[in-house]
Design a protein around this ligand. Structure first.
Ligand SMILES: [Zn+2]
Length: 312
């Protein structure tokens, strides 16, 4: 039995059974219960014999061709996603396309001039930290969300961006009868509305920046979520500019030093880490002064410092 992918609660109500007739050789569950979480209202599928391993085997065996490289809708969708990534990311960003092992989005981004792109499956078999994580039509398929998030966490640094696309249910039916005409799908095991997706990522410390409605893929309404990581990270950083936004977050960061020229901070430390008026190492610099980030960037570069810069 799985818990709610959004709020982790185990309390749920069965809405209806969904029964599918499938090939004898397929091991994925074909009798699925559609549940509504009693705590947060998320709708999701579950079955007695379901497990992440069962679904992983199903995808690995290629029984369902769920990414259409030759399908025009998918091509247009990924090209639009590439343009959105280009609009928010620097070309040197390290980007991970989770679930993009077919390499289609990777090729689009390479053609746009990005140089540090990797792909992986939900097993997250990658090293190090990333500036942007992309999950296009992935999370609606994940059975064990807690394990997935646990594997994700070591790859997050302050302000890692997140871009997620899903089929979306704009509202749930109000009656049991309404669900009968709603959605039958063997592998869309998480039935997100926009609010469900934002809540789910907020429990792992992502803040939603915006959501966008997208054109349908096949018969599904689609949504794009964009957010950034606000949680703890071991990634070593220098923090330049002690705005309240930053002071809210630095408790979970691995800060080597602070830079702030306000006289109120002269001689001060934060948990023993000094607040100075200059940079003393080559660690990445988080620019916390949102309104003067351009001036700070120019000053850093004019001083010949090549530190990686992270912007709020
Ligand atoms: Zn829930």
């Amino acid at each position: 039995m799985r818990n709610c992918p959004v709020c982790m609660s185990k309390k749920r109500n069965l809405i209806m059974e969904q029964n599918f007739t499938i090939p004898d050789q397929w091991m994925i569950p074909n009798n699925l219960g559609l549940y509504l979480c009693s705590k947060c209202g998320m709708a999701y599928l579950d079955a007695d014999k379901a497990s992440q391993d069962v679904y992983d085997d199903y995808y690995r065996s290629g029984q369902f061709n769920f990414v259409g490289q030759n399908d025009l809708e998918s091509t247009l969708r990924l090209e639009a996603l590439g343009l959105e990534i280009q609009s928010i990311c620097e070309s040197e960003y390290r980007i991970l396309d989770v679930g993009g092992e077919d390499g289609h989005l990777l090729n689009i981004l390479v053609a746009q001039g990005f140089t540090k792109i990797e792909t992986c499956g939900p097993s997250m078999d990658v090293e190090g930290y990333f500036d942007l994580l992309v999950m296009s039509h992935l999370v609606e398929h994940i059975y064990d969300m807690d394990s997935f998030f646990a594997r994700l966490r070591p790859h997050l640094k302050p302000y890692t961006r997140l871009m997620v696309e899903i089929p979306v249910w704009t509202e749930y039916p109000e009656t049991e009868e309404g669900w009968q005409t709603y959605d039958f799908n063997l592998i869309h095991i998480n039935k997100f509305r926009s609010i469900d997706l934002s809540r789910m990522f907020s429990r792992v410390n992502f803040k939603c920046d915006k959501t966008q409605n997208l054109p349908n893929v096949r018969r599904f309404k689609c949504l794009r979520y964009q957010g950034h990581y606000m949680g703890p990270s071991e990634y070593p950083v220098i923090v330049w500019g002690l705005s309240d936004d930053v002071l809210n977050l630095v408790g979970g960061w691995n800060v080597e030093q602070y830079v702030d020229r306000s006289p109120v901070y002269r001689g001060c430390t934060i948990k023993g880490v000094p607040i100075l008026d200059h940079v003393e190492s080559s660690a990445p610099i988080v620019i916390g002064a949102i309104h003067s980030k351009d001036a700070i960037r120019e000053e850093i570069r004019a001083a010949g410092l090549l530190n990686e810069l992270i912007y709020l």
